[in-house]
Design a protein around this ligand. Sequence first.
Ligand SMILES: Nc1ncnc2c1ncn2[C@@H]1O[C@H](COP(=O)(O)OP(=O)(O)OP(=O)(O)O)[C@@H](O)[C@H]1O
Ligand SMILES: O=P(O)(O)OC[C@H]1O[C@H](OP(=O)(O)OP(=O)(O)O)[C@H](O)[C@@H]1O
Length: 220
Amino acid sequence: MLTVALPKGALLQESIELFQSIGLDFSAFLAPGNRQLQIADPTGQAQGLLVRAQDVPVYVEYGQAQLGIVGYDVLREKQPNVAQLVDLQFGYCRMSVAVPQNSAYRSARQLPPHSRVASKFVHCAHDYFYGQLDLPVEIITLYGSVELGPITGMSEAIVDLVSSGRTLKENGLVELEVLYESTARLVAHPLSYRLDIDSTRQWVQSVKAQLGQTESLEQG
Ligand SMILES: Nc1ncnc2c1ncn2[C@@H]1O[C@H](COP(=O)(O)OP(=O)(O)OP(=O)(O)O)[C@@H](O)[C@H]1O
Ligand SMILES: O=P(O)(O)OC[C@H]1O[C@H](OP(=O)(O)OP(=O)(O)O)[C@H](O)[C@@H]1O
């Protein structure tokens, strides 16, 4: 039976709608008060696992799920060994550097060496500052509410996801640079995809057909 890892949070609703559109119903995860983390599709063709967004590639890499939906940002951060198959065209956001509105810095390059940068995406932040800018900064790991870094004076800047821009605005921050843009991706366990275990390929084809896509990203 096909197993699908679904991300809790911002991508869940649209992930469930996508699978519904190809005949797999995991909407029981959205029922008020649901605490079940593993549910069977009523047709008996598949089961869904409800996992933290960052854990989706882990379940797929270890083969506990043949397919999963995860943000490109998580793939950039964690570099998991999964096949990246389809850009699902929802969950748009961008990874950006931001500073307080009243900051003197107008570009990330202007931040002084050894400035502090708070982020949940420490590898992305490191690649950008050390790899692209050659600017040695101190990266502080946080797991959420990253905007509080500059507000409390703990850091000069943040690297975080921006979608509508509302969180930055309401916390007095401005975006300086965009590192990259992100959307939700359909990923697969590479061997399951190659060997077509549990008809993985057919389900991937159905997703692509639903989105009107013929090209595959196909990065292993
Ligand atoms: N404001 C947003 N608008 C649209 N998509 C977003 C937004 N924030 C995050 N995303 C996308 O949704 C994914 C999941 O984000 P979400 O905020 O639900 O989980 P998380 O809190 O980052 O994950 P975890 O609980 O594992 O720490 C992100 O990886 C990103 O691709
Ligand atoms: O530009 P916006 O539309 O306002 O969205 C951006 C916010 O969404 C994400 O936060 P999330 O809700 O995941 O909370 P957390 O990371 O702070 O836990 C991200 O970390 C930003 O804080």
